[in-house]
Design a protein around this ligand. Structure first.
Ligand code: HEC
Ligand code: HEC
Length: 471
């Protein structure tokens, strides 16, 4: 069993008990073909158990506490009765009725320079990309009705028009609470090994189910309320049946949103990628010098000569590979408070379980991609650096001194021209713009269809999602 930090782990803990109790139709309206629950996991569980054995069963009163431990469960002998009636598990997920599924595989166009979204490598086998799922995920991504007051969607803070972020230093949470962290771009998170600045979520699926799980973040609403609200929108119920063969569930929401992000939020085909695939004129002289300083060799086909020192800026120690990240956690001294001799936010350390922590993780954050970096200012986990010039200056002076500074952060002695070259190279990593036209959202029970654009002009003091999670 994984240690508890964040939702993914608590879900894993809660699951075995939840399985034992699911099964009822609950309050699913009957206007659509209902999903038979006889084949549900509850029944499977019941069959698998010895009749004499007492089992813990989830009841309608069951609540899952912050640690993911269900309270108000009751003990039952094996039998059918306990399996009927609404159960929290019904909102989390349901076993699918394959006959209802009407969807087809989806192969996204991968921009030049990025790897194919191979199943089992970048796409979890439990969540293959399908056409209807990606379309459903797009609607949910732009859906303000997921938030308590109907004003905030994922796109509020991760707007495709703003490099899939919000261009604000830090995002603002519920009741105007300032989150300490900047909204990272969703671009190329398809290739990410962990999610969040501290890596506490294991996957896009793990990330996207986190927000609705945390009542504090969602403006004191529960996943049950969210799922019930979406079940009130027949357009969503129909799509969930076609895509998953279930009613609206949290599991399906997480999968659809992740599939949309994975297939759409891709940044490649930059000037650098064109150069790499043989166009020696795609990069300017300054960009080429910057590339060499950054840590990458010139192409063997390039006649360009320069005497800048390869790897002088040493960025590829961490921003490495096709997505320019080692997926590791490093301390650059960002957010160090010299008076308190501590970090405002300890980052990776805070989500590492007791017993597994080491000092090196204090103030360490995930190396972000530098693809499309010109579009995603301001920079760093706290949004404290406004421009790429400031970022390069930060590295040039050797970061902020602190006891846990990464060994690869040291004074660089770059000339002004060299600093400008490194910035120029990073700008050459700006990807081709993939337009994401806003989806048409399904009409609600009131017949109203919200305009997804309304949530894009997001201002402070609105309910937010996972800003204060597990810290
Ligand atoms: C109020 C602003 C806000 C909203 C709304 C929001 N996010 Fe975020 N998102 C953030 C912040 C801030 C972080 C970084 C938090 C951290 O690292 O602790 C983040 C992190 C992420 C990440 C991790 C990216 C990475 O590189 O690690 C993904 C993916 C993401 N959000 C997707 C979503 C989705 C999907 C939704 C809707 C369900 C959503 N966000 C809603 C602000 C927001
Ligand atoms: C020791 C590893 C390491 C090295 C070397 C390194 N980086 Fe970083 N980079 C990181 C980490 C980690 C972060 C996020 C740090 C934080 O927010 O606290 C980051 C953040 C950034 C950001 C901001 C990204 C964003 O989305 O906010 C840019 C731009 C950047 N680095 C460019 C560079 C350049 C240019 C170099 C070379 C001069 C370089 N990095 C060298 C690890 C490294």
């Amino acid at each position: 069993m994984r240690p508890i930090f964040g939702f993914a782990a608590s879900f894993a803990l809660a699951t075995p008990l939840l399985l034992a109790g699911c099964g009822g139709e609950g309050d699913i309206p009957q206007s659509l073909p209902s999903i038979p629950t006889t084949g549900s996991l509850a029944a499977v569980d019941a069959q698998a158990k010895d009749g004499k054995e007492k089992r813990k069963v989830v009841t309608p009163e069951t609540v899952i506490d912050k640690k993911g431990v269900p309270k108000n469960v009751k003990e039952e002998e094996k039998g059918g009765e306990a399996l009927s009636g609404p159960s929290p598990a019904e909102y989390l997920w349901q076993i699918s009725n394959e006959k209802l599924i009407k969807d087809e595989p989806f192969t996204p166009v991968i921009p030049r320079g990025l790897q194919a979204l191979t199943l089992n490598v970048y796409v979890p086998p439990a969540n293959p990309l399908t056409k209807g799922k990606v379309e459903l995920g797009k609607q949910l991504y732009f859906e303000p009705r997921i938030s308590l007051d109907g004003t905030v969607s994922c796109a509020s803070c991760h707007n495709p028009e703003k490099g899939w972020t919000d261009n604000a230093p830090v995002a603002t949470g519920i009741d105007g609470q300032k989150g300490g962290r900047s909204a990272p771009t969703v671009l190329n998170t398809a290739y990410g090994k962990t999610m969040f600045w501290d890596g506490r979520a294991p996957s896009l699926e793990g990330q996207s189910q986190g927000p609705p799980q945390n009542p504090i973040e969602m403006g004191k609403q529960t996943y049950k309320q969210i799922v019930e609200r979406l079940r009130g929108i027949s357009g969503y119920r129909e799509q969930f049946q076609k895509v998953f063969g279930t009613d609206v569930t949290l599991d399906g929401m997480a999968k659809a949103i992740a599939a949309f992000e994975r297939a759409t939020a891709l940044s490649g085909n930059s000037k650098y990628d064109k150069y790499q695939s043989g166009d020696m004129n795609a990069l300017s002289d300054s960009e080429k010098r910057g590339m060499v300083l950054f840590g990458l060799r010139l192409s063997g086909d390039d006649d360009f000569k320069t005497n800048v020192v390869l790897k002088k800026a040493d960025c590829t120690s961490c921003h490495v590979g096709f997505n320019f990240t080692d997926e590791q956690f490093h301390n650059l001294g960002i957010g160090w408070d010299p008076e308190k001799k501590d970090f405002k936010d300890r980052g990776r350390w805070s989500v590492t379980p007791i017993g597994a922590r080491w000092d090196k993780e204090i103030g360490a954050f995930k190396t972000p991609t530098v693809r499309d970096i010109a579009r995603t200012a301001p920079y760093m986990h706290d949004g404290s650096l406004k421009t790429l010039e400031e970022v390069v200056e930060h590295y040039n002076k050797g970061g902020h001194p602190n006891p846990y500074l990464d060994k690869d952060i040291k004074k660089l002695n770059l000339t002004d021209q060299e600093k400008a070259d490194v910035v120029a190279f990073m700008k050459a990593l700006t990807g081709e713009i993939i337009k994401v036209p806003l989806p048409k959202l399904p009409a609600g029970p009131d017949g109203q269809t919200p305009n997804p654009a309304s949530a894009l002009t997001f201002s402070a003091a609105k309910p937010a999602f996972h800003l204060v999670e597990s810290r």
